[in-house]
Design a protein around this ligand. Structure first.
Ligand code: DUC
Ligand code: ZN
Ligand code: ZN
Length: 471
C-alpha cells in the first residue's frame, strides 16, 4: 500500500504566515506530510507554477433563506455549494433563520433537511435570532451552543428581524455565558424607515434610492451602538459587511481600546459603488444589497481595513436573487418602490478571484494576507478546528491557484443559480484551477468531479474568549 493517497508535487504552499516550496502528502482526507520529493502515492498531482492554498471558507452566505412573500432565493444548497467549489471554496457557513415564534431546533431541522445530501463542500450554520423569547434565551440557545452551533447573527434593522437595544443586551448576555459569538447587522432601523418614507413621499422610488435610504451615518451610528452594547456586557462581537470608513474607524477605535470587536467586509464594498444602482429602469436592482455599495473613498477605506487588520474576515455575503424574475429582483412590488426589492447579491463564486486579483495581483495585500482573510481567520473566528490551513493534521481542503491565469468575470462562466453577476466584466488575474475537499477533487480542470452530497455538516466549538480570531 502506498504511503499517501495523493501527493501534490512541486507547488508553492501558502499559509497565513508563510510561503514555501513543498510537496503535500495526503492520507485519509488529511494532510499528513509537508516535505521534499514525496513520491509514494496512489496519485501524484503536478502543481508546478501553482499555489497550494487552503480552500476558501466563506463564513457569510445565505442559501434557501425565506425572503418574503413570493420571493425565492436563487440558490439551493446544490447550486450554491457547486458555485462555491468552482470559486475555490471548501466550506460555507449559511444562516439558519428563526421565523418569529419558531423554536430554534425546528428552524435548524428545516435547514439540515435542505442541505443534507446536497452539498458539494462542507458546511455549518449560524443562527439568526429574530425572536429572543425567554425560552430561546434561557434554554434553546444554550443547548444549541453546547451542540456546536456556536455563532449567531442579530439585526438592528428590518421590521421582521430588528431587535431592541434591550433584546440585544439579553442576547449578548447569553453569548457571554455560553461562549457563542455574535455577529451584528449594524444599520439603524428607525432612521432607514424615516428616510425611506421621505424618499417615497417625494416620488424617489427607483433602485438608486435604496442607497439613499441607508447612508453612511445610519451604519456608523448602529456600529457604534453595537460596540457600546458589547462593551457593557464585555463580550466579543463581529460587525459584518462593513462598507465605509466611518464604520471601519469605529471598529478600529474599539480594537485600540482593547475590545474584542472583529470586522468583516465583502467584495461589493471593494469594487462596486452606489453609482451602479443608478438606472432609469430597474437595472440598478442588480446591485441592491445592504449596506449599499458607497463610493471610491469608501472602497479605499475598506482596503485599508483589510491591509491594516481592522477587518480580519473577507466574506461574500452571497444572497442571490434572480434578476429577470418576479420571484427575484423584478418582483412587482419592487417596481413600485426600492423598499420591496429583494436585498442581496450573488458572490460566493467570485469572492476569491476578486480579492486575489484586486488584492494580491495588484499588490494591495500579500498572498499570506489573502489566505488569512479568506480561510484561516474564518476557521479561527468561528471555532472550526482542523480547517483553514495547509498544515499537517489539517483536513486536505485545498485550492490550487494559477496566479497568472487571466479571466473576465461573466454570468456565462459562473455556476450559481442567479441569472446575472454584479461583477460582470471585471478582469481577473489569478484563478482557482482545482478544488479538493478532504483529499478528493470536487472541481478539476474546469469540471465538476465531486459528488453532490460529498460535503458534510461540521459542528463547531466555541472559541475560547481570548481566541476569537485575530482581532
Ligand atoms: N444582510 C445580509 O447579511 N445579507 C443580505 C441582506 C442583509 O441585510
Ligand atoms: Zn446583514
Ligand atoms: Zn448576509
Amino acid at each position: 500500500m502506498a504511503t499517501f493517497d495523493t501527493v501534490i508535487r512541486n507547488g508553492t504552499v501558502v499559509t497565513a504566515s508563510e510561503t514555501f516550496k513543498a510537496d503535500v502528502g495526503i492520507r485519509d482526507g488529511r494532510i499528513v506530510a509537508l516535505g521534499e520529493a514525496l513520491t509514494d502515492a496512489s496519485e501524484i498531482v503536478d502543481a508546478t507554477r501553482l499555489l497550494v492554498l487552503p480552500g476558501g471558507i466563506d463564513s457569510h452566505v445565505h442559501i434557501s433563506q425565506p425572503s418574503g412573500p413570493g420571493i425565492v432565493m436563487a440558490d439551493d444548497f446544490t447550486s450554491a455549494t457547486r458555485a462555491a467549489a468552482f470559486g475555490g471554496n471548501t466550506f460555507v457557513m449559511p444562516y439558519c433563520l428563526q421565523a418569529k415564534g419558531q423554536p430554534l431546533r425546528e428552524a435548524l431541522k428545516d435547514y439540515h433537511a435542505l442541505a443534507e445530501r446536497h452539498c458539494y463542500i462542507d458546511h455549518s450554520f449560524h443562527l439568526i435570532i429574530s425572536d429572543p423569547t425567554d425560552a430561546v434565551l434561557g434554554q434553546e440557545l444554550p443547548a444549541l451552543v453546547a451542540d456546536g452551533y456556536t455563532s449567531l447573527k442579530i439585526f438592528m434593522t428590518y421590521a421582521d428581524m430588528v431587535l431592541s437595544d434591550y433584546e440585544i443586551l439579553q442576547v449578548l448576555t447569553v453569548a457571554r455565558e455560553t461562549g457563542a459569538l455574535v455577529q451584528v447587522h449594524a444599520e439603524n432601523y428607525d432612521a432607514i424607515r424615516f428616510l425611506a418614507d421621505r424618499l417615497e413621499r417625494a416620488g424617489n422610488t427607483g433602485p438608486y434610492y435604496h442607497a439613499k435610504s441607508r447612508p453612511i451615518a445610519v451604519e456608523r451610528e448602529a456600529t457604534h451602538r453595537a460596540i457600546s452594547l458589547a462593551e457593557l456586557i464585555d463580550v466579543p462581537l463581529v460587525i459584518v459587511h462593513v462598507s465605509n470608513r466611518e464604520a471601519m474607524e469605529e471598529i478600529r477605535r474599539a480594537q485600540q481600546r482593547g475590545l474584542k470587536i472583529s470586522g468583516e467586509t465583502c467584495p461589493q464594498y471593494l469594487v462596486l459603488t452606489e453609482e451602479d444602482l443608478k438606472d432609469l429602469g430597474m437595472e440598478g436592482a442588480k446591485y441592491v444589497c445592504s449596506p449599499p455599495p458607497r463610493d471610491v473613498a469608501s472602497q479605499q477605506a475598506c482596503w485599508e481595513g483589510l491591509q491594516q487588520g481592522v477587518f480580519t474576515l473577507f466574506s461574500s455575503d452571497h444572497c442571490p436573487f434572480r434578476f429577470d424574475d418576479e420571484a427575484g429582483k423584478l418582483t412587482p412590488g419592487g417596481r413600485t418602490s426600492f423598499r420591496w426589492i429583494p436585498n442581496g447579491i450573488p458572490g460566493v463564486e467570485t469572492r476569491l478571484p476578486i480579492l486575489f486579483s484586486e488584492g494580491v495581483s495588484k499588490g494591495r495585500i500579500t498572498v499570506n494576507q489573502f489566505v488569512a482573510l479568506t480561510s484561516t481567520n474564518h476557521a479561527k473566528t468561528y471555532g472550526l478546528t482542523g480547517k483553514g490551513s495547509i498544515s499537517v493534521g489539517y483536513d486536505a481542503d485545498i485550492a490550487l491557484w494559477d496566479p497568472k491565469k487571466t479571466a473576465t468575470l461573466s454570468q456565462a462562466g459562473l455556476h450559481h443559480g442567479a441569472d446575472y453577476t454584479p461583477y460582470e466584466g471585471i478582469e481577473i488575474t489569478g484563478w482557482p484551477v482545482a478544488t479538493m475537499l478532504r483529499g478528493r477533487f470536487v472541481v478539476r480542470d474546469g469540471a465538476l468531479v465531486g459528488p453532490e452530497g460529498g460535503g458534510r455538516y461540521v459542528s463547531r466549538s466555541a472559541p475560547a474568549a481570548g481566541d476569537r480570531g485575530p482581532a
